[in-house]
Design a protein around this ligand. Sequence first.
Ligand SMILES: [Zn+2]
Length: 148
Amino acid sequence: MDQRMAKRPPESLFHLVTDAWTKPFWDAAAEGRLAIPRCADCGAFRMPPTPFCPHCRSQGLDWVAVSGRGTLYSYSVVERAIVPDMAQAVPYVTAVVELPDAGGVRLITNIVDAQIGDLTVGAPVRAVFDRRADGVAVPRFVLDDAAP
Ligand SMILES: [Zn+2]
């Protein structure tokens, strides 16, 4: 079994730029909450947020706080540093996490603080928030013992 720990990608590779559609997600993350956009008219979750609902074309949008519990839908272990700044950050895990209490929307994220060999598709995960020096809180996920 691969007992190496999943690390975090280096902060220097991630510069946050928000707009009117993404700012509520990052504002919630800064408060330690995972918020997902939901159509104000038909209730369909939509992530990433879009100007029009793909189901009913409404522009109404509510940001709903969800539990942060989900399942590991897919993942990839990044083994090689493609730029020198990444050398101390590998291996890290890029993942797709499905959120059952947000209509099954999926987030592209990282799995952290887990042994690589413990990762399996379908594993329960929960959100954690990595606070950076610039005030940004990055939602990532850890393996969770409890079912989502
Ligand atoms: Zn809708």
